[in-house]
Design a protein around this ligand. Structure first.
Ligand SMILES: [Zn+2]
Length: 383
């Protein structure tokens, strides 16, 4: 067995006076200043454990191992100077909400995942202009990259501004570590479901929201709320997954969640349960809701904050909470979601948002005007 002194890289190999060692667990004895190793072996069919006191420094023949370069912190990937305006806007969002925002090549700071492919905005536009160098001097293409990030950030800011004060900060640890981290990508491709407008997951103390479409914010945010809910409910799955009777009970009789939601195989007859077709019989707000329970709930939340399409031309706009109130099955789901969110957060954020008089049509028009404005949209934020 080899013992290595990690500080010097010196190691020694000791032979134990037992054969058939199956396990060795070292621990440090502070009283003696020595490492003690519990060595488990199977001598003559019996399992027994011996404690060995080892000090490799006094052993003859210690050698020095080849060591790798000392560990350095993960390389930081800055974004290009041409994205300075977008970075300023990202700083503004960070300060206002107590979150982290990554743009351009900064998203490469995130841990890599093996189940997907990504493309940064910088990488996309560099390749695009390398292929069409004659477009470099065209003012539209020269500012296309920064504008595309600004547009996504404008959606993010519009979506975030309606949430209750302090909501996003509450995702940090009590010591103020981690929290919500929003990253803007050009492209996210998952091997399981193809192109994605957003992906939500967690890493260490971070709640990661990766977006190619700022509009997907409310959907992804509910995934993160649900992650936090599950963990703070003492590891109890607060929202049971697909197949669990507790959520399938909120779906039509005989319904099963199905990954093939967008193929003919999933069945045309399921369209009768869509909000688009009827309020009385509405169980789902989209076909994507039919993939699994977590997506069903995230879609309900995304739709709740959207302008109902049929209402674009009428005034005053009927918000989707009013629409849901006429949909008994959707309302049952929303009530169940509210119960769980209240347990973790002490309140229900969408109830607070609507009580404060949220008008999705005004919010959507405001962001549309902002991103259509020629020149720098940051003026509207007093930056
Ligand atoms: Zn989702």
């Amino acid at each position: 067995m080899r013992f290595t002194d990690l500080a010097s890289g010196r190691y020694t190999e000791l032979e134990f006076p037992v054969s058939s060692v199956t396990k060795a667990i070292p621990f440090f004895s502070a009283e003696t200043g020595r490492w003690v190793t519990a060595v488990t072996n199977q001598a003559s069919g019996k399992t027994c454990t011996d404690l060995c006191l080892v000090n490799p420094q006094i052993s003859d023949g210690a050698q020095t191992a080849e060591t790798a370069a000392p560990l350095t912190p993960e390389a930081h990937h800055p974004c290009d100077a041409s994205l300075a305006d977008a970075r300023k806007f990202a700083d503004f969002i960070e300060q206002k909400y107590g979150v982290r925002v990554l743009i351009g090549n900064e998203v490469l700071d995130l841990p890599e995942r093996s189940d997907e492919e990504i493309q940064t905005t910088e990488d996309y536009w560099k390749k695009f202009l390398d292929m069409s160098p004659e477009l470099r001097d065209d003012p539209f293409y020269a500012s296309a990259q920064v504008n595309s990030i600004l547009e996504q950030l404008a959606w993010v800011e519009q979506k975030m501004s309606k949430y209750p004060e302090g909501f996003f900060r509450s995702f940090r640890t009590p010591e103020g570590k981690g929290g919500l981290r929003i990253s803007i990508f050009q492209r996210l491709y998952t091997f399981a479901r193809g192109e994605a407008g957003g992906i939500a997951n967690t890493f260490g103390a971070w709640y990661d929201m990766r977006l190619t479409e700022g509009r997907a914010f409310d959907h992804e945010m509910f995934h993160l709320v649900e992650f936090r809910t599950n963990w703070t409910a003492q590891y109890e799955m607060a929202f049971p997954e697909e197949g669990d009777n507790a959520w399938i009970d909120y779906c039509p009789n005989g319904f099963r969640f199905n990954e093939k939601w967008n193929t003919a195989e999933a069945g045309e007859e399921l369209n009768q349960y869509l909000l688009f077709n009827s309020r009385e019989n509405a169980y789902f707000v989209s076909r994507y809701s039919m993939t699994e329970g977590v997506e069903d709930r995230a879609e309900i939340m995304n739709e709740l904050f959207k302008v109902p399409e049929a209402q674009w031309l009428t005034a005053p706009a009927e918000n989707n909470l009013k629409v849901y109130e006429q949909c008994p099955h959707l309302m049952k789901k929303l009530t169940r979601m509210a119960e769980t969110v209240r347990k973790t957060f002490g309140s229900v954020y969408w109830e607070e948002i609507f009580a404060a008089g949220y008008d999705p049509r005004k919010a959507e028009q405001a962001v549309q005007a902002l991103i259509r404005e020629p020149g720098c949209i940051l003026d509207s934020y007093g930056l």
